[in-house]
Write a protein of this length. Sequence first.
Lengths: 380, 369
Amino acid sequence: MNLRRVWVQCLKELVEFRRDRLTVALAFVLPVGMLLIFGFAIRLQIKNIPVAVVDFDRSAFSRDFISRIDATQELVAVPEPLDRAPLAILDAGDVRAAIVIPPGTQRAIAQGRAAPIQSIVDGTDVVNALTIKQILAATSAFAGAAYAPPPSIPGAPALDPPSVALHERIWFNPGGNEALFFVPGVYGVILAMFPTLLAAIAMVRDKERGTIVQAYASRLRASELIAGKCLALECVGLAEALAIMLIGWAVWGVHFAGDPVPLLIATPLVVCCQVLLGLLIGARTNTVTSAIQAAGSVNSLVSFLLSGFLYPVSTMPLLFQWISFLVPARHYINISRDAFVRGAGWPGVWTEVASLALIASILAFGAWLPMRRMQLAAGA
Amino acid sequence: MSGVFSWRRWLVLVRKEFEQILGNRQVLYILLFPPIVQVTILGYALNPLIKHVAVAIVDESKSPASRDLIDAFTANGVFVPQAAGDDAASAYRAVGSGRVDAGLVIPADYAAAIARGAPGNVQLVFDGVNSYVANLGAGYASAIVQEYNARGAPPPPLSSEITFAYNPGLVTAWFFVPGLLGSILMITGLLASASASVREKDEGTLEQLLMTPASSLEVLLAKIVPLFSLFTIAMLASLALSRLIFGLPFRGDFALFVAISSIYIVAAISIGILISTFVSTQQQVVLISIFTALPLMMLSGAFAPIESMPPAWQTASLLNPLRHYISIARAIILKGAGLDVIWPDVLALAAFAVAAIWISASRYRSQLR
């Protein structure tokens, strides 16, 4: 490989990129805009879910029960007139559960008789449904105990079961600040998305316009062409990384929690992986439309949904856990979360950095393969 | 603009657009298969319920009571015990290094405390780096301990009886398929139409098209038809596959759903065309399309509930056609709802489609500088 030819190819790409002012602006404005939207708007933690309460009892107990539901912050009790059937309330679609407190509940509890509170929960959103179930069970146990007969009355539990006091603590992010979860993750998603797109288009546009023939006709080798393009887009990707990380720091105060070296090595690596993936897609497809679909929709959805950005990788079926091993964003998100939140450094993430290096070399080979002859494909 | 809409001229344009799309096999495959495959694969792979939470368990008590608690803690398989040392510090180190998701420490005096009738204190530390796992896990752990403490006692008088409506088996794929269907139709529809329209500009064929007597509306509607047919096929195929694989029910009116989906697909395609009238190169159109589609996807309720978003964003999400489509799709497919419930969402979708086409048509001629 001739380094001077690589360098010249890189400069040519950068000149081409710079000439299109709007693209340059978009390449930086869009990642930042995305970071802001994700950092501010997306919340997985369940909050303010409306649940309808049909209160037939109208007692001190039922009022207490309702205020306990409201106190959870996860649920908001919406009073409902008595004449609607619970399922009809759910069907209307404004609430996620309908809770019925039957008449005489307070009296039944005070006398130690069984008093079930019946609820229909919308099972569409599974996490929502299970959380509502958990909250209702805990609220019933709590509110019921307060109105139950004193233990001296016959029928009360005779022996004390072993009681466990669980002290739960959440480390590194004790306030459960979701920005601290999403922002380091979205760095990975952004770096998976934009460099790939730019690279795929840069490659396929040369082919579509026919200007690739000039490269084929020159003394340039395939490895030099790829290395040159890769180097140029690497610079763009790293500049994007710097921009979003500075903004993450300025807006949410996301800063290095420990040793920054793994992240400083992983960032160029992940950009390299994604650029090579883009070049590979560009080399394999013949039209911009196909390249965009592959690099745009498939790559972004995979980096988004199979990378552990939202739900942890461990919840996926085993086959997909293996597949996700090939998704650079998965490794990078782990490294980024460690660097910005946990701060454990090398011992925790060296495997992830090594995986990125491995993926980069596989992709480099994959991009070189279809280009190696530097000739138009037969029939193209 | 030649005011009158000519059907004959329009059909000729439709034929030209079809030939353009069908002429390229690669484009055809890439527009048709990824949406179908993605809905089923992602519907199968995505799981919001945490499982296999790795826990370093350190039992300093080493007593029957502590082993009993550990059994109860790991019984349902959510918490998976990992090798850990003998002292509390080793569990905390494992959490601190990120090797495990949580650490459970049962102190040496646990059994003695239980024997005295005092509560046995147990420490559970979560790695909060993944706050999603930490929050759900903390909830699970509390529920397990609550149940453990209630063991042996007579049932409390007040009980909570819960029925799950619409999705009694709590199948996660039933939740994801409508959301994925909408998301993928949006992202592919938008990208495909935007990039195809810009290409025409790039190659200069747009000028030729505008020189013909055809009106902007005719040209635009002709562009929509082939993509529309492809995505309708993709939509129907994804639904059929989801039914086969996940047993997804279809409880509502099928014709109604297809009709509303058509409005939605037209809206997605026209938003793409609208974007293309503002830009001039492929790079720009792709960047803007992806930038439009992904937030639309995330702020639609497909994955995270809308109620959890900050209030201002909830209001803003009313401007998101995907939000309306997903709520319609869930209502018709899972709940069997009819127009009487979903009409506001349908109205909103139709408004988007009409507005996007109308603005594109009025900009269409002026986009060539």
